[in-house]
Every structure is written in structure tokens, then in C-alpha cells.
Design a protein around this ligand. Structure first.
Ligand code: IMP
Ligand code: MG
Length: 179
């Protein structure tokens, strides 16, 4: 399936499927016997998270959260504003945040601080993608699907102006779209 706005496919549907399955079985090993809640960050993380949970062969909870960053995302002073909070308590539970892409890491680092105050047993991150060399804060991801170059990519949850999230693969968006 080709899209006229995509100049290059970075990760095919098959590559995504295989890697998400691997991540799921690793997570299932690591969290066996633990009270696991997978927290999805809307909207970008939703497609990854819903595929990931189906690859984790354990009892788990799936919960959703929407956040936005205040102010200039190039400074680390921004706070995260909760647009939609979790539906259930995470107290005593092992939280795994499923995020589409780790870029500066600023949003996630603030989110971890917020969730940390709710006394979970642990908080870890599963990021499908990690951009190389763009992290502005020190953030450790327990699970990373793929390292990716610092290009503007869309698909499999990632958007440009809320579009392209439904592409089943990840590709580089033609700069003429946002020029
Ligand atoms: P940060 O890590 O706080 O800078 O924010 C990461 C968020 O920025 C991700 O959850 C995406 O929503 C968005 N983002 C970063 N890079 C890209 C990209 O290449 N395409 C689409 N969205 C991106
Ligand atoms: Mg996002």
C-alpha cells in the first residue's frame, strides 16, 4: 500500500508486527506474576499499545491517558497537563507506559513524575521508536522497538496534523506536505 505523501517506508507492516510480538513476549516473561497495567498515551500510542497488549500473554489492565505539554517543548521547564486521566488507580501496580516515539523525552519524564506520586509498584516505558540523538532529558526506556533517525515520520499511530495515523507502516513524510 503506497501513499503519495510518503517518500520512504522506514518500517514495514511486517517488521512492526514481528518486533511488537517480540516485545510482547519479553514483557510477558518480565512481568509474570505481577499486577501489570499498560498505560497508553493518547493519541499516538494507541495503535502500538493495542497491538502490544495482544502480544502479552498475561492478565493485565489497559488504561488510557491524554496529556499535553505546557509552553515551549525545547525547554525542560514545561509541565504536563492531564487532558484525560487514567480510569483506575495504579497504587501497588506495575505500570508500563506504551508510547509511540521517544523524542526529547520531556513529556514522558514529567508524566513519570506525576504517576510516581500515586505509589505504583514500578513504572517503566515501552517505546516503539527512539529517535537518535534528540533526547534532552535523561530517560531510560526498558523496552525500545526500534532506533530511528531524526526525520519526521508518520504512520502506525504517528501523525502530522492528526493525519496518517492509520497507515499500517511507518514512513517519512514528504516535506512538501508541511512546507
Ligand atoms: P517528546 O519526547 O516529549 O519530545 O515528545 C514525543 C512526542 O512527539 C511523541 O509522542 C509524538 O507525538 C511526537 N513526535 C516526535 N517525533 C515525531 C515524528 O517524527 N512524527 C510524529 N510525531 C512525532
Ligand atoms: Mg504522542
Amino acid at each position: 500500500m503506497n501513499h503519495p505523501d510518503i517518500t520512504e517506508v522506514v518500517l514495514s507492516e511486517q517488521q512492526l508486527k514481528e518486533r511488537v510480538a517480540q516485545m510482547g513476549s519479553q514483557i510477558a516473561q518480565d512481568y509474570a506474576g505481577k499486577d501489570l497495567v499498560v498505560v497508553t498515551i493518547l493519541r499516538g500510542g494507541a495503535i502500538f499499545a493495542t497491538d502490544l497488549v495482544r502480544a502479552i500473554d498475561l492478565p493485565l489492565e489497559l488504561d488510557f491517558m491524554a496529556v499535553s505539554s505546557y509552553g515551549n517543548s525545547t525547554t525542560s521547564s514545561g509541565r504536563v497537563r492531564i487532558l484525560k486521566d487514567l480510569s483506575s488507580s495504579i497504587e501497588g501496580k506495575h505500570v508500563l507506559i506504551a508510547e509511540d516515539i521517544l523524542d526529547t523525552g520531556i513529556t514522558l519524564s514529567h508524566l513519570i513524575a506525576v504517576l510516581g506520586h500515586r505509589n505504583p509498584a514500578s513504572i517503566e516505558i515501552a517505546a516503539l521508536l527512539k529517535k537518535q540523538g534528540t533526547q534532552k532529558v535523561d530517560i531510560s526506556c526498558k523496552y525500545v522497538g526500534f532506533d530511528c533517525p531524526d526525520a519526521f515520520i508518520v504512520g502506525y499511530g504517528l501523525d502530522y496534523a492528526e493525519r496518517y495515523r492509520n497507515l499500517p507502516y511507518i514512513g517519512v513524510l514528504d516535506p512538501k506536505v508541511y512546507a
